[in-house]
Ligand binder design. Structure first.
Ligand SMILES: *[C@@H]1O[C@H](CO)[C@@H](O)[C@H](O)[C@H]1NC(C)=O
Ligand SMILES: *[C@@H]1O[C@H](CO)[C@@H](O)[C@H](O)[C@H]1NC(C)=O
Ligand SMILES: *[C@@H]1O[C@H](CO)[C@@H](O)[C@H](O)[C@H]1NC(C)=O
Ligand SMILES: *[C@@H]1O[C@H](CO)[C@@H](O)[C@H](O)[C@H]1NC(C)=O
Ligand SMILES: *[C@@H]1O[C@H](CO)[C@@H](O)[C@H](O)[C@H]1NC(C)=O
Ligand SMILES: *[C@@H]1O[C@H](CO)[C@@H](O)[C@H](O)[C@H]1NC(C)=O
Ligand SMILES: *[C@@H]1O[C@H](CO)[C@@H](O)[C@H](O)[C@H]1NC(C)=O
Ligand SMILES: *[C@@H]1O[C@H](CO)[C@@H](O)[C@H](O)[C@H]1NC(C)=O
Ligand SMILES: *[C@@H]1O[C@H](CO)[C@@H](O)[C@H](O)[C@H]1NC(C)=O
Length: 886
């Protein structure tokens, strides 16, 4: 058995060497946080230093499942390409060498453009005149599939208008294993079913505009700590590899892979592999995950792109399934690449077979054709790394390598602000209301408290990459954000609301002005006015820290010293509305219990129209209909899965021993009553549930997939004379730019590294292009198509028994019945708008997949013999309707 390099290296060190923290002490023996202790198989399958099995060769695309037109176009083009042209498609040109965050080489001979890959999942990053949308966590809170699609489409239009080829999102990894995880908000929800739907709809929406979407980060990228060695040095740890997420096959399938399967089924053009290791093999060269699971079982037809600098090898990664290296250089601005010339060499020396390179090129072009990128895209009209109108063509190397018009300042927004306002309101969750809401606007005095209500005095984009928590929080930090075109603060919107009819409004946005806060809150109370208090909690990507929060949060309490302010206001004012802007769970038991807190509103990260969206809810123009996409617990310990902040080894080991018991599944399993449960959210009206009906549908018995592929196709002949692969003699090379050509006919000196490559690690079978058998759970993009056969149709009646029109989200949960199954898992939700006094019927279709468990022995989905029970209601703990499936 052959292991790829990083596995071997990490195992040696993990087993033997004593690595040091920077203070010189050995890594402490950290006890893992109090995990839910559920399933012995999950515990046994999540052990330090366990290995990921090798799986070779890398399956080649075949155009199945709706991809045939795109695949045929891609093949027709690849047939015409030279070795260097194929290599150019697979390799980025280097960090900050062209205008987008990632740019492939172009094919000038055939007029094929460089593909532009641009962050982010919530906005077009690094440019002006773009919208900042409600973030993923808010999309999840809307529980509205149509909203997810439309937001994807609207964002896609902005990427399109800027000349991008691919929007680097949406996110289903992190899924949100632990509430402290820094980038959870970029994704949707720790529930894989909810995330799967939002992920798939976002992909379809983005791709409807001619933009490729990128399903990221694959996979188990669940914490920021220890994702990169340089970052870890910054916080004091000299680790030897990024941390390894260790978990068993069932947890992979039932939790972390689930939404990615939905994304692949939705036709995502590319999947981005992540920085972390999985079972001690780097995610970007983990053959089990990329070859066996993603391209085999899930039948993925597009391409695998590395996260930026997450590719750590050429041949090894390529044979393990990586198709594109980004941003192309080994590390930012080294001028060297694991792909580029090394890939040219590897094909010439036979370590990467031609069929594998051809498959890489076909997959990349098929992804682009699949979304009609060839007809719908326009030239890039912005420059990521400066907002200057004129400037260097290759930013990193400066003006001596050419200058020109680099920012055309194209306004891509149209009237998207109106939709963003609406979506912000539709994703605001009402958690508590003693009747104070909706406000009338005619209150004698409206008093606003808290820094989180106010603008950042340094401007809405005053901190690079939003790397500060100053003023109101409407977008969190890192590569997942973009520049605000404006930010409507809550203070401004609420003041406008009151002043428009000459009411009384005062705000104190300095949290330490406690004397003034006491005076104003008392005075407001005395005249029966309303106190609206704001607090937030931020998190983000690991390359930035705020107050020592290295991406991941250190705690689940409020920031900005909001607690003393809240304490003061809620003591003095018995009509207090608490508004929360947070990236995820926050500890608020005491505010739930406090009678002076008349209402609690979770507004999440609503984007540029923050204040207006909130005012629409507070003043009743929008009746809240969102639901919590995570559990609010009393303390972090209750979640049973936490971030590892101190490495337990030189290669930190994240052992996911809680298995599938994350978020509400952990609370249910351990009988912990949450403060507010997953799926909970109030309305200004009331709903009742009745009349559960179950219809059994006739579906054919499940057949494991059993077909066999063709042999790996080869397109064109590669000219293997080394002289034909040198740089063209008259070619002007930009320094540090990654080109596909060689500078020597001697392949080992053209390689340019010390030592010659990683050929010793060509695993068994990796070069073999013979026909391969389809995975039994595979057969089409997303998995075996029969997994989506509808087995039961469940209907219920939802009635609006209040006096206002409102939206409700009936939710269906299933108990799979086994001893190690969660008590219930979400398996259906619909958002319904119901007029007062009216009733609506809701239908949930339960698929085979919805009722199955992953069987590690048959490597397939099976419906166990345990009794399956369905529950329907308004949250994960308010489920008045229930029945057993026959
Ligand atoms: C590869 O792309 C670069 C630009 O990114 C271009 O200068 C070069 O000509 C391309 N090479 C080939 C072989 O097309
Ligand atoms: C980290 O450890 C390696 C050896 O494992 C050593 O070469 C390097 O100097 C260390 N770096 C720092 C910053 O201590
Ligand atoms: C080829 O890859 C190796 C690392 O495996 C690197 O050291 C070398 O510089 C690369 N060669 C070129 C020409 O980029
Ligand atoms: C509110 O702040 C004032 C001024 O610092 C202080 O005297 C008072 O005790 C505080 N009240 C509460 C309930 O925190
Ligand atoms: C709220 O405070 C006001 C002013 O002190 C008082 O009149 C009113 O009874 C209080 N309401 C409640 C419910 O305590
Ligand atoms: C939690 O972290 C935030 C942000 O660093 C900090 O402002 C706050 O004081 C911390 N809470 C506690 C209880 O330490
Ligand atoms: C180069 O290609 C020719 C023709 O395809 C083939 O006969 C020869 O064996 C190849 N040489 C090498 C070193 O691969
Ligand atoms: C380089 O040489 C080729 C072939 O001689 C020619 O077609 C091309 O125009 C030249 N390019 C430049 C930039 O001079
Ligand atoms: C072939 O080329 C690749 C890429 O430069 C290199 O890593 C590998 O060691 C080479 N293998 C042989 C057998 O020359």
């Amino acid at each position: 058995m052959v292991l790829i390099i990083p596995v071997a290296v990490s195992l040696t060190l993990a087993a033997g060497a004593i690595a040091q923290g920077l203070n010189g002490s050995p890594f402490p023996d950290v006890t893992w946080p109090d995990a839910v202790s559920p399933n012995p198989a999950a515990v046994a399958g999540a052990q330090s230093n366990q290995k990921s099995p090798p799986k070779y060769p890398s399956p080649w695309a075949d155009g199945s499942g709706g991809w045939s037109a795109a695949y045929d176009k891609a093949v027709a083009l690849v047939k015409k390409l030279t070795l260097e042209e194929k290599v150019n498609l697979t390799t980025g040109t280097g960090w900050q060498m062209d205008r987008c965050v990632g740019n492939t080489g172009e094919i000038p001979r055939l007029g094929i453009r460089s593909l532009c890959f641009q962050d982010a999942p919530t906005a077009v990053r690094y440019t002006d005149f773009v919208s900042v949308f409600p973030q993923g966590v808010n999309v999840a809170a809307s529980f509205d599939k149509k909203l997810a699609y439309l937001r994807g489409q609207t964002m896609g239009e902005e990427f399109q208008a800027k000349g991008a080829s691919c929007a680097l999102g949406p996110v289903a990894g992190p899924l949100g294993r632990s509430p402290e995880g820094g980038r959870n908000w970029e994704g949707f929800s720790p529930d894989p079913y909810l995330t799967g739907h939002m992920f798939a709809e976002s992909i379809k929406g983005i791709q409807s505009t001619g933009m490729m979407a990128s399903a990221k980060h694959f996979i188990a990228n669940e914490q920021e700590h220890f994702r990169q060695l340089g970052e870890a040095l910054d916080y004091g740890f000299n680790i030897t590899q990024p941390g390894s997420s260790n978990f068993d096959d069932q947890t992979l399938h039932e939790l972390y892979l689930w939404p990615f399967a939905d994304g692949v089924r939705a036709g995502v053009a590319n999947v981005m592999c992540s920085y972390n290791l999985v079972n001690n093999s780097q995610a970007c060269q983990n053959s089990y995950l990329l070859n066996h699971v993603l391209k085999g079982e899930l039948g993925f037809q597009g391409f695998v792109i590395s996260d930026w600098q997450a590719d750590n090898s050429g041949v090894s990664a390529i044979l393990a399934g990586l198709d594109m290296s980004m941003p192309g250089d080994t590390l930012f601005n080294t001028g060297r690449s694991f792909f580029g010339p090394n890939l040219t060499i590897a094909v010439l020396n036979g370590t990467v077979p031609q069929w594998r390179l051809d498959d890489m090129a076909v997959r990349i072009l098929a992804g682009w054709y699949y979304v009609d990128g060839d007809t719908k895209s326009i030239p890039v009209n912005f420059e990521s790394f400066t907002k200057d109108t004129y400037g260097p063509l290759h930013y990193h190397v400066g003006t001596q390598w050419g200058t020109g018009l680099i920012n055309e300042h194209v306004d891509s927004r149209g009237e998207h602000g109106a939709l963003i306002r609406q979506w912000g309101a539709e994703s605001t969750v009402l958690l508590k209301n003693d009747g104070i809401l909706p406000l009338t606007g005619k209150e004698r005095l409206t008093a606003v408290f808290g820094e989180d209500a106010a603008p950042n005095p340094n401007g809405p984009n005053g901190c690079s990459n939003k790397g500060c928590d100053i003023g109101t929080l409407a977008e969190a930090w890192g590569s997942g954000q973009g520049d605000f075109p404006y930010l409507v603060s809550p203070e401004a919107a609420l003041q406008h609301e009151i002043v428009s009819h000459y009411g009384a409004f005062e705000s104190i946005t300095n949290n330490s002005a406690l004397t003034q806060i006491q005076t104003l809150s008392r005075r407001t109370n005395a005249v029966s006015g309303v106190c609206i208090a704001f607090a937030n909690a931020d998190s983000g990507e690991g390359f930035i820290n705020i107050e020592g929060n290295y991406g991941d949060r250190k705690n689940l309490t409020f920031w900005q010293a909001a607690e003393p302010m809240l304490q003061n206001v809620t003591t003095n004012c018995n009509r207090t509305v608490l508004v929360i802007h947070s990236v995820g769970p926050i500890e608020i038991q005491k505010y739930k219990d406090n009678v002076n807190v008349s209402a609690i509103v979770w507004a999440g990260l609503p984007g540029e129209q923050s204040g207006n969206s909130l005012a629409d809810v507070l003043y009743g123009r929008v009746n809240p209909g969102a639901k919590l996409p995570f559990t609010l617990g009393a303390s972090r310990e209750e979640y049973g899965a936490d971030v590892l902040y101190t490495p337990n080894q030189p290669v930190p080991q994240f052992n996911f021993q809680e298995g599938v018991f994350v978020d509400y599944r952990a609370f249910d399993h351990r009988n912990i009553t949450p403060v507010y449960e997953f799926g909970f959210g109030l309305s200004y009206t009331e709903f009742e549930y009745a009349d559960l009906q179950i219809e059994k549908c006739g579906a054919a018995p499940y057949e494991p997939a059993s077909s066999v592929s063709d042999a790996a196709p080869i397109y064109g002949t590669i000219d293997n004379r080394t002289t034909t692969h040198l740089f063209p003699s008259n070619f002007t090379r930009v320094p540090l730019y990654i080109y596909p050509w060689l500078n020597s006919t001697n392949l080992s000196s053209a390689y340019g590294g010390s030592g010659y490559g990683d050929s010793a690690f060509i695993p068994d079978g990796a070069l073999d292009g013979s026909p391969i058998a389809t995975h039994p759970a595979g057969g089409a993009p997303g998995g075996n198509p029969q997994l989506w056969d509808v087995l039961y149709r469940v209907t219920a009646t939802v009635s609006n028994v209040g006096s206002l029109a409102g939206a409700e989200v009936p939710q269906l949960y299933v108990s799979h019945g086994g001893p190690f199954d969660p008590k219930r898992v979400l398996r259906g939700f619909e958002k319904l708008l119901i007029e007062p006094g009216q009733s609506t019927s809701v239908t949930f279709e339960l698929s085979r997949r919805d009722l199955s468990n992953w069987d590690t022995v048959s490597q397939n989905w099976v419906i166990t013999d345990y009794t399956k029970t369905v529950f329907v209601g308004s949250s994960s703990r308010a489920l008045p309707l229930t029945a057993v499936l026959q």
